[in-house]
Design a binder for this molecule. Sequence first.
Ligand code: AHR
Length: 501
Amino acid sequence: MLSAKIIINNEFKISDTDPRLFGGFIEHMGRSIYEGIYEPTHPQADKNGFRQDVLTLIKQLNIPIIRYPGGNFLSGYNWLDGVGPKESRPKRLDLAWQAMETNQIGTNEFIEWCKLAGTSPMMAVNLGTGDSDSARNLVEYCNHPGGTYWSDLRQEHGFKKPHQIKVWCLGNEMDGPWQIEAKTATEYGRKACETAKLMKLVDPSIELVACGSSNRDMPTLGEWEAEVLDHTFDYVDYISIHVYYGNPDDDTPLFLSRPDDMDAYIKEIIAVSDYVACKKKSSKKIMLSFDEWNVWYHSNESDKQLENWQCPKPVLEDVYTMEDALVVGGMLITLLNNSDRVKIGCLAQMVNVIAPIMTRKGGPAWTQTIFHPFLHVSNFGRGQVLQQVVDSPRYDSSEKKSVPYLCSACVANEDKKELTVFAVNRSLQEPMRLNVDLSSFKDYQVMAYQTMHHTDLKAQNTELTPDNVQPFSGENAEIRGDQLTADLPPASWNMIRLIRK
Ligand code: AHR
């Protein structure tokens, strides 16, 4: 049995969690919207065509913010195509995903859906084919109370009150050669700056996210953020950061170490952001919006066989495994442990497209393996993230050396008198005896211990076996004196909730 130790102190905090850390992402692509959240002919559809079975599952995830409408789709999108009478909306080629877009869902419908889902929109403006004029008009359409051309148009479309959208993304992954009208840092930085200026002139209360690099392998990583922030520093509040991991070579020890890469990536982007602040002699802290993160690789090959220009074109339908859930759990732990600078996180995506929730047209909705760690952290990871001193045995993976077997985060919630420990045991063979020093948390008792593991790391949840991989109550968590002790099974996700007596 491995043995690991966590020392925490209730006075030593990283940060309060911003609830928006537990956000999501819905893009016009694949079966995310059409046959995902919206299917008017489905037996469970409401009067607006929204699937209520999907809404029930979304609500369980307790997601405070959802990014929309893309993604790569965004860079060719004209928001005017998606407002007004549905019968007059144009069908367009979606060049990003080589699909067809019917525009039956647009800005107003998405906002209606957000209300039903108990979440709020994080809107994005097109800075590929789109311009600053279109962006500022959309802000006026959504947020201005009335009495102007664009706000009156919203009212004509049936929405008297403004939508009051707070957070806006300035384009998507604009450094990526795959992006419609990709840009150099100079081109994007200038365009984002001028667009941001106009958007904030329309509504000074909004917050803006500038595009960071598309991923950590981009050749201009670091330089891109430095130049983009140099241009946009005064107008933006966040820089975006995206990451997807996969296990194409079936190297599970390496795959399980990926949350540590994510941690290093976050620290790099913080460093570049602070470098720009230093150059500008400013005390302003640019925060990180981790607005795309997940595991994504299972569907890469099969997607190449799909026929183009379908609506919907069922791309990126990854079926997740037990080991994927461990990586997603580890990535959530990484977000928590960086909550002083990462204020927004968006699991990409929500339904059918690299998603925790799957649906069949005319059939049921079910939850994938990754649904469960997200539900745990989103519901029970809110509060004050604590600093930890961790003593864990380590392993060498094929690429990354000295990886701690234990990946963990501890969150105290003063109001609820709770302390929650999230932990992944990354050993594939050995259980781990975990000790947590509770010297500064007197009179706590174990309220619940949920663990998730499976004899088969490749086990999945499918329509026919939706509960194959799911959490269950663990037995071996107890408090003796000042120590919480728990035995974590090999390759397991764990959540131990304590409450003050
Ligand atoms: O989430 C899928 C895609 O991944 C998004 O459209 C894009 O922004 C990223 O490359």
